[in-house]
Design a protein around this ligand. Structure first.
Ligand SMILES: [Zn+2]
Length: 106
């Protein structure tokens, strides 16, 4: 697994994902990288029909409000629900993935 990296404006601390050339808040062009390791599920849905993917199963996706700031769209496990605390990473196929965090740390 790989860490999800988001971008924090060096001038005004606005955080973004994905990256942009210029900060939408202040126009700055210098960024610090921040790891977004955790977040909270704010919306979840299931994609059941995808063009050119007829034989694959349903795909569960969610909007995750990351602790680092930006909201990202991630693949989730089927049992993840709105309000769950999740860990966030990049999976082996370079997709953002989120997994529900167990109560006893992770
Ligand atoms: Zn800025």
């Amino acid at each position: 697994m790989t860490d999800l990296v988001v971008f924090e404006c060096a001038r005004c601390a606005t955080t973004l994902f994905p990256a942009r050339y210029l900060c939408p808040s202040c126009g700055g062009a210098r960024w610090h990288e921040r790891i977004a390791a955790h977040g909270t599920v704010i919306a979840a849905t299931v994609v059941r029909h995808r063009v050119a993917a007829e034989h694959s199963g349903p795909v569960h996706v969610a909007s995750i409000a990351t602790d680092a700031g930006p909201i990202v769209i991630a693949r989730i496990d089927a049992d993840v629900q709105v309000g769950d605390a999740v860990s966030v990473d990049i999976d082996a196929r370079q997709r953002i993935a989120a997994h529900r965090r167990e109560q006893q740390g992770d």
